[in-house]
Design a protein around this ligand. Structure first.
Ligand code: ADP
Ligand code: MG
Length: 701
């Protein structure tokens, strides 16, 4: 079947609405989507009926309000379209406008960070008309999914989407003011666009099911390195293995049906690591689609006897996975505000926008870093292979030069051009070069007409990163507009604001190697924050600076920020506790008994060889037995120590202290248990070793 025959077939898109809704109702829907406001109940009834009929034609039996609570994954409760049968026992299928617009799931079992005590369990879901409804084909049935926000009885956000939508609104309002300054008065809205490149690992499901660590935590908590890692660089962009290729083919089809434009697929750096990227779209839709992409990856992998690991660091010693959040802002007239044009030095609007973004990122580097904090990402950020935990901006030669000129002289007289690329082979075409090379180590890199925010974790929801990005940029735009609206000498004043922004904030620009140790020292000299762990980044949520920022633009109230910081501490503690308990389980039930068996086998061998032939040397077995027994003793004592710490944690009750305890005490104790067991793996019989190894998992898919 041709792609065009099924692309988007499961989306209640604008085209479908236009076809199925009365003109007036369609216009009402589009007006709310574009300008805000309320849809009338009468029209909601009409939309609901059309949506249900469309979904039933696709085989749907149920509908759900699909939302994004603060668990990082999506939530859904299915209700069938059936209502009580009529007097003849005939079924009645129904979806009312009220059911479409609003739902009331019991909110008590979702994280609320104290926003709602359990006995006040009311939470509401409300239809987000800006993100299209869709049907999802699952083993449990075909389900009509209505994207919604999730809020408490008090109106406070219990999800990732509500603040994101608020931040988009704030950004739009402030960016429009900037456009109007430059005479672009036709523009009514500015919309952030996002394209999220998703990295993941694929492993065999049967092997996966033999590892409790993968099942419970999504990452390996033990495991010696395989003889081969990623040193040959032969995986990156390599030929895709057949089984993985078949998975990718089905994945694309499933995504395309839901209107998700999965477009790029390739092998990533680590063995068994891959990437999928869609074409960018409106920020909140991109967030929804990324959640759906992650979910679909897992589902389709299972159908292929595989498992998709979205954890940031499934395997020690090889690259982890992230998500590159490509972000740009475009007016409703189609103008990308991040397009520098051929000569950025005299593109005043671009320079003002750029200087505002630089100011925003420098001022709120702590918040941006926090926005990418999740437990798994602690293994990436600051580790050798990922962007460091220090936020800096890469601009590339051309823009860096322009910025330097402005810092020095107040304006920029010229700029470096791209030029041509000559390979020296006469039969090859001469290529037009970009004005700047790339930098793979920068956490926040300008890539032509967008910024690529590379710190987000592979398993994380991208909503928070974009909420922070939109809001901090809205603030900088607001300040620039406050200063320039009513200016009598606009060009001079705009140049002054640009130069001021850049002079104050260009310390955040760094074009060098972000992975080098020198950079950490240099960043400290520049006064840039370095928050190396999730726990250390949480306080940035509730600083006066943050409360003021989010309050001013109506994105988060103080209570919402406090609740989120509590949830982050809680989540950290829960995840680390699960990891520690899983290690104790695996050590106690799998590794130690297996090693004991191995010792017995060695001892048996020594005895039997002695008996059979007293002159035969048994030194090899004895040395192995001694080494094994020593490591076994170390493992048992580390196990005991970790067990004690987990018990101690159980007696604590302050969320912050518990998270710090997990980070400072439990994590190192976990490593102490892992070390001897990983060394044992190298000397114990393969047939006795109780779980698949790194080699089995990464190279035998
Ligand atoms: P790169 O090679 O720099 O990673 P790609 O062109 O492969 O860039 O794009 C990576 C991701 O960025 C894709 O999801 C793409 O759709 C998205 N993207 C491209 N242009 C923009 C833009 N202007 N705004 C937001 N995202 C974009
Ligand atoms: Mg990229």
């Amino acid at each position: 079947m041709k792609v065009s025959e099924y692309f988007g077939e499961n989306v209640f898109s604008r085209a479908v609405m236009q076809e199925r809704l009365p003109k007036k109702v369609y216009a009402e829907v589009m007006s709310v989507v574009e300008h805000g406001g309320q849809i009338s109940m009468a029209s909601a009834d009409v939309v609901a009926k059309a949506m249900m009929e469309w979904a039933i034609e696709k085989g749907a039996t149920h509908y759900t309000h699909w939302f994004q609570p603060l668990t990082g994954v999506t939530a859904e409760k299915h209700d069938s379209f059936l209502s009580a049968p009529d007097e003849n026992g005939k079924e009645i299928l129904n979806l009312t406008g009220k059911q479409l617009i609003m739902g009331e799931p019991d909110a008590s079992s979702f994280p609320s960070g104290g926003l709602r005590s359990t006995h006040y369990a009311r939470g509401y879901t409300a239809w987000d008309m800006t993100s299209p409804a869709f049907v999802k084909e699952m083993a449990c049935g075909t389900i009509l999914c209505i994207p919604t926000v999730f809020v408490a009885y008090s109106g406070e956000a219990l999800d990732n989407k509500t603040p994101l939508l608020r931040s988009m609104q704030a950004l739009s309002q402030q960016a429009v003011r900037i456009l109007h300054l430059f005479g672009n008065t036709q523009a009514e809205r500015v919309i952030p666009s996002v394209g999220a490149e998703q990295e993941y690992f694929i492993v065999d499901r049967e092997k996966y099911l033999k590892r409790r660590d993968l099942i419970y935590t999504g990452r390996t908590l033990f495991g010696a390195p395989a003889p081969k890692g990623q040193e040959l660089d032969d995986q990156y962009f390599g030929v895709i293995r057949e089984r993985v290729g078949a998975f990718m083919k089905d994945l694309n089809k499933e995504l395309w049906k839901m209107g998700i434009t999965a477009t790029t697929q390739h092998n990533e750096v680590a063995p068994a690591q891959h990437e999928c990227a869609p074409i960018y779209c409106t920020c909140n839709v991109a967030v929804d689609q990324n959640q759906l992409m992650m979910e679909t990856m897992k589902r389709v992998a299972t159908q292929h006897g595989l498992v998709c690991l979205l954890h940031e660091k499934p395997f020690a010693g090889v690259n982890g996975s992230g998500k590159h959040n490509n972000w740009s802002i475009t007016s409703d007239l189609g103008e990308n505000l991040l397009d520098p044009g051929k000569t950025p030095n005299d593109n005043l609007q671009f320079l003002l926008v750029l200087s505002c973004i630089i100011k925003a990122v420098d001022r709120h580097a702590d918040l941006l870093r926090m926005s990418t904090a999740c437990v798994g990402n602690d293994h990436r950020l600051g580790a050798n292979e990922a962007p460091p935990a220090i936020v800096s901006i890469f601009l590339g030669n051309q823009l860096e030069d322009v910025v330097e000129q402005i810092v020095k002289n107040g304006t920029a007289a010229g700029c470096i051009a791209g030029g041509q690329l000559d390979t020296g082979v006469s039969t090859l075409p001469v290529l037009n070069k970009d004005a700047t090379d790339r930098n793979r180590t920068s956490p926040f890199a300008f890539t032509g007409n967008k910024f690529e925010f590379r710190m987000v974790g592979s398993s994380d929801c991208i909503a928070t990163a974009n909420t922070v990005l939109n809001t901090i940029v809205a603030e900088a735009f607001c300040e620039a507009a406050d200063e320039l609206e009513g200016s009598t000498d606009f060009t001079a004043d705009a140049n002054r604001v640009i130069a001021e922004n850049l002079r104050k904030h260009s310390r955040v620009i760094f074009n060098g190697n972000g992975y080098s140790a020198d950079w950490i020292a240099e960043a400290a000299r520049r006064g840039l924050p370095n928050l190396p762990s999730m726990v250390s980044s949480v306080p940035s949520l509730t600083t006066d600076k943050a409360v003021q920022l989010f309050g001013k633009f109506g994105v988060f109230t103080r209570a919402e920020l406090e609740s989120r910081s509590e949830i982050m501490y809680e989540t950290y503690t829960k995840v680390i506790s699960i990891e520690a308990r899983t290690m104790l389980h695996m050590a106690g039930k799998h590794y130690i008994p297996a090693v004991v068996r191995n010792c017995t086998r060695l001892a048996d061998s020594v005895c039997k060889v002695h008996t059979a032939c007293p002159a035969a040397p048994t030194g090899v077995q004895e040395t192995l037995l001694c080494q094994t027994s020593e490591l076994l003793t170390k493992a048992a004592s580390a196990e005991h120590h970790l067990e004690g710490l987990v018990e101690q944690l159980g007696r604590m009750d302050n969320v912050h202290d518990m998270a710090v305890f997990c980070h400072d005490m439990i994590m190192p104790a976990m490593q102490d248990l892992r070390d001897p067991i990983d060394r044992l793996e190298l000397i114990v019989d393969k047939d006795i070793w109780p779980v698949p190894t790194y080699g089995d998992l990464m190279f035998e898919v």
